[in-house]
Design a binder for this molecule. Structure first.
Ligand SMILES: Nc1ncnc2c1ncn2[C@@H]1O[C@H](COP(=O)(O)OP(=O)(O)OP(=O)(O)O)[C@@H](O)[C@H]1O
Length: 416
């Protein structure tokens, strides 16, 4: 995409105020449950969650394609809940491009401008401007069938941008593209956003690499509800639930009991582990934080688990070893639980069944409330039981062309 100067767009955020959307004749199927969420002007907010969690429904509520059963949607200061889609000033790009096959590229891009009754004399200039932004000005006379998937998606983005929206809604815009193209487009979307700093973007994805790479903040959705919201770094380093820990990045989730033999410790199987210095989810909220004797979950990222003894030592036997280029992922059976460790520069690959010690530092751990893992109610929703892989592959941020928000150490591995 070119470094074309951005068309002026009014800065306007998005606000969901307890928005509930229900499908079915009697509204029996709640797809979005009292969503409260604010996307600041110029912010990229990713809606991340498994299939069926309500992400697209949230987007459609902003676009005006579904009517909330209750709650209100604001774009900027305007309550748009009752406005038809074409009066909301939004641009939208969906997974399957949705270009009109019988129209040339320029006509596709002009389509929304005509619908908006932009004066005829202005249309050609606006079309060229939008196509230049996505590097497609030379393809104006082609038909969609004469373009690659990536080029079609650029045209779809140009069509959305041509109306100079204050808000851009992107629904899995890269999922129809192959991995390499996706990574390139991700970097280009990031650049496009830098060229359009006033456009607020709501980006629906179930791919954590896309969310971590592109988003200023990520809203984690599960079963129609917002589970967590924060910057990529926050969610990665200080998840508040087991669901977020396993869905954003890769996590070991150890079932523990609060209060071991010494103060500031937890008991995992027959081992006392120190959590003095660990981040404790919910500890800053009155009445929250784990009480002595309570069940909790200790979250440790695999790349923060080392081989050998340390501040907290776990002893077990090697169950599996995967070579992942820059790291080895060790799967170690510890008291009936499988613990993952991503280890660099292993001189010798450990043999299966070999006894090993693993260690991690308390300050690298997060103590989470127990029972906050996903419960699959929809067969399409993957479950993430403790100590098993995250529902989506862990990100290889380098391969994804990460531009910002990269969670340190989250890359380099596919989950297994
Ligand atoms: N038009 C509809 N009629 C009835 N139920 C629907 C309709 N659209 C969505 N749903 C249901 O609402 C729930 C949320 O769907 P939604 O498309 O918002 O999820 P999603 O998180 O975007 O999923 P995906 O990642 O698979 O697109 C799902 O259970 C889905 O089956």
């Amino acid at each position: 995409m070119s470094a074309h100067s951005a068309p002026a767009a009014p800065a306007s955020g998005i606000r969901f105020e307890r928005v509930t959307v229900a499908y079915g004749k009697r509204g029996e199927s709640v797809a979005l449950d009292a969503l409260d969420l604010t996307v600041e002007p110029g912010e990229v907010m990713a809606l991340l969650g498994p299939s069926g969690s309500g992400k697209t429904t949230a987007l459609r509520a902003v676009a005006g394609f579904v009517q909330p059963a209750s709650g209100r949607v604001f774009i900027g200061d305007r309550d748009v809940t009752a406005l038809p889609p074409h009066r909301r000033g939004i641009g939208m790009v969906v997974q399957q491009y949705a270009l009109f096959p019988h129209l040339r590229v320029a006509q596709n891009v002009a389509f929304g401008l005509k619908a908006q009754r932009v004066p005829r004399g202005e249309i050609a200039g606006r079309v060229t401007e939008a196509l230049e932004m996505v590097g497609m000005a030379d393809y104006a006379r082609r038909y969609p069938r004469e373009l690659s998937g990536g080029q079609q998606q650029r045209v779809a983005i140009a069509r959305a941008l041509a109306i100079r929206p204050g808000v851009l809604l992107l629904d899995e815009p890269l999922s129809a593209l192959d991995a390499q193209l996706r990574s390139g487009m991700l970097a280009e979307l990031a650049r496009l956003h830098r060229e359009l700093p006033d456009v607020s973007i709501l980006y629906v994805t179930h791919d954590q690499v896309e969310a971590l790479t592109l988003a200023d903040r990520i809203a984690v959705m599960d079963r129609a509800r917002l589970q967590d919201c924060g910057t990529p770094q926050d969610l990665y380093r200080r998840p508040r639930t087991e669901f977020t820990a396993s869905f954003v990045g890769n996590a070991n989730l150890l079932p523990v009991t609060v209060g071991g033999a010494t103060p500031g410790s937890v008991r995992f199987a027959d081992t006392d582990l120190t959590v003095a210095g660990a981040n404790v989810a919910g500890a800053d909220e009155p009445g929250h934080g784990p009480a002595p004797g309570a069940d909790a979950t200790l979250c440790v990222r695999p790349h923060l688990v080392g081989l050998g003894e340390g501040e907290n030592t776990l002893r077990g036997t090697i169950a599996e070893v995967q070579w992942r280029g820059s790291t080895h992922r060790l799967f170690v059976d510890v008291a009936g639980h499988r613990v993952k460790a991503d280890v660099r520069e292993l001189r010798e690959t450990p043999a299966l069944g070999q006894p090993v010690a693993l260690h991690f530092a308390a300050h690298d751990a997060v103590l989470l409330p127990a029972g906050t893992a996903p419960q699959a109610t929809d067969p399409a929703v993957p479950q993430a039981p403790a100590l098993t892989p995250a529902p989506t592959p862990a990100p290889d941020l380098a391969a994804a062309g990460a531009t910002k928000g990269a969670a340190p150490g989250a890359g380099g591995a596919t989950d297994g």
